[in-house]
Design a binder for this molecule. Structure first.
Ligand code: MEV
Length: 347
């Protein structure tokens, strides 16, 4: 706990992520591995000049009174407690800023002075690179340093909890902390739901090409809902998620040993299981196939799936050909640093 500064303006930034192993399985108790990527969301928070809580991102802007923010938080709290997922997905569909408003509503006491909150991002929004998690983390960090009423800064556990609360709403009612922990901690982490992200000492040479299908996945909540209903139809399907956890374990060993050939094999296996649970999309499969044919060690969808992005494991020598193959197969290749630092207060 540190003394709070009296500044009225704070900026925080947080990286997006790729999931190496464990999307969807992490929501069912399995090990996951993820890495922060060199694309970030920035959040600027200042005291409101309008007496309203104002949220901005690009052309989007929404303002809440303190009362309407409080009402929203209470409605979403009730929906979470009763697993009323329809109310949550309805609220996020109606207002882009619902999950951010929930983060702020949770973070700020009723009497806190309204804030203006503005987001900018290098991350494509809604394509599986953790734009939501990065926004919630940057917001939680910036808000933690803002406002005049409290005398001390909240601790890391509170900031984590606020950011996760945002992902819970954005993911349709249930979220693991994988995205927000990766964004907070940075680097490459291993993670099990309910824990903190543990940094992994990753050897040099981990290199991926990200391929964006350009196909909007809808919300993570809609893909999560589909996967949840698929599992509810037959509980024996849980074995697939357990198998994903085993692949994540094997992938962890391969990663730590810099055994890129093994890591690639595990990624291909993970993609095949993600196909089985219905999380893939024909265009994700096509980009993975194209990347493998062009020399990638392995390829898989990353994030919730249903569209969005995939990753291909490459070496320096194969990277250009894999990027070209992804483009020729209709995707947009994206080269960025992997394992960058986590969230930070900028000012
Ligand atoms: C989304 O980035 C990862 C999922 O496992 C959802 C979650 O962890 O909450 C699909």
């Amino acid at each position: 706990m540190m003394a709070r500064s009296s500044s009225s303006l704070h900026t925080a930034c947080a990286p997006g992520k790729i999931i190496l192993f464990g999307e969807h399985a992490v929501n069912r108790g399995q090990l996951a591995l993820a890495a922060a990527v060199g694309l970030r969301t920035t959040c600027v928070v200042r005291e409101s000049r309008e007496g309203l809580w104002v949220f901005r991102s690009g052309q989007r802007q929404v303002a809440y009174s303190s009362e309407s923010l409080q009402t929203l938080v209470e409605r979403l709290d009730t929906a979470l407690a009763t697993r009323d997922f329809a109310t949550i997905t309805g609220a996020t569909a109606a207002d882009f800023f619902t999950s951010s408003a929930y983060v702020v509503g949770r973070a700020k006491a009723r009497e806190a002075a309204p804030l203006e909150i503005a987001f900018t991002s290098d991350l494509p929004i809604g394509f599986g690179l953790g734009s939501g998690g990065a926004a919630h983390v940057a917001l939680a960090v910036a808000v933690a340093h803002s406002g005049a009423s409290a005398a001390v800064l909240p601790g890391a556990a509170e900031i984590s909890a606020w950011a996760l609360a945002g992902d819970r709403i954005a993911h349709g009612g249930v979220a693991s902390g994988l995205d927000t922990q990766t964004s907070l901690v940075g680097g490459v982490i291993e993670y099990r739901d309910g824990e903190v992200g543990r940094p992994l000492p990753v050897p040099a040479g981990l290199r991926v090409v990200i391929g964006n299908t350009g196909i909007a996945k809808g919300t993570t909540g809609s893909v999560n809902g589909r996967v949840r209903r698929w599992l509810e139809e037959d509980s024996a399907r849980m074995a697939i998620f357990v198998e994903m956890g085993g692949i994540a374990q094997a992938g962890r060993e391969a990663l730590l040993a810099a055994n890129w050939a093994q890591l690639g094999v595990r990624m291909n296996e993970a993609h095949a299981l993600l196909q089985q649970i219905g999380a893939s999309h024909p265009q994700l499969d096509a980009l993975c196939e194209a990347a493998r044919r062009a020399g990638a060690r392995g390829a898989k969808l990353t994030g919730a799936g249903g569209g969005g992005v995939m990753i291909a494991l490459v070496e320096e020598s194969t990277q250009p050909a894999v990027a070209r193959a992804i483009r020729e197969a209709g995707g947009t290749p994206l080269l960025t640093d992997i394992g960058v630092g986590g969230a930070a207060l900028v000012t």
